[in-house]
Design a binder for this molecule. Sequence first.
Ligand code: ADP
Length: 271
Amino acid sequence: MTQGVGNVKHVVAVASGKGGVGKSTVSLNLAVAAAQLGYRVGLLDADIYGPSQARLLGIEDGVMPDVVDEKIFLPIEAHGISAMSMAFLTREKTAMVWRGPMASGALQQMIESTRWGELDILLVDMPPGTGDIQLTLSQRTRLSGAVVVTTPQDIALIDARRAIEMFQKVSVPILGMVQNMATHVCSNCGHEDPVFGSEGGDSLAKEYNAEVIADIPLSRQIRETSDAGLPIVLADKEGVVAGIYREAAQTLMKTLNDAQTPTAPTISMTE
Ligand code: ADP
């Protein structure tokens, strides 16, 4: 067991085969929603090529995590969760040019050198794709499972399928899928329109015996609040989307806890 995640009950990867599908936005909102439900939550931004959690969390460029014992980072607390990101260790303008082994090493080091404390769940915002870095991270980190984020377009679904297959290869269970930007909600009249069709994620989930734990609409409010550093679950706490996220977080925690306490086999004795 790695030092950093020693007191973390569940480490869960949030992955997507393709970039730009909203994986970081979903990771953060799921994390804050779980915290709103009373869970102790950490968020690790492992998207080393485009670490965006600092911005999404509203943490200014240049804010660094405290270091204790000369080599242990303390995560930054924001919006009720503990967060750590490569973005905290570099400036926003620094281009991340990593080769595979270097990137995996840096990530592993960041995971192991962070003092997360006691957590119910640590969500790992994975780098997009299904290459060596993702595979190494999935194998070396004690993952309880993965959440796969996709949009309903075929091109994103092909990559989501790759992500699912990758996790299956290393025996990491798929805890749920999040379908993002399936329907468009008009900011004027509230009309909901399934621009890209809304069945794609559902049929992929069915194929792999997984569950779509959230269907998040494409909405301008989500993008605007995200860009402003306030996740939608906080910016519009009583809104529909916040409700969807809290329900998804509840489903996720229940799945994890059910998996942890398998029901004991019953032995019946007959004379
Ligand atoms: P990824 O981590 O997959 O690269 P991001 O979370 O960075 O994707 O999201 C990409 C862009 O899409 C961001 O500008 C974000 O605000 C926006 N976005 C994400 N989800 C939604 C949504 N449901 N509705 C509108 N915009 C969204």
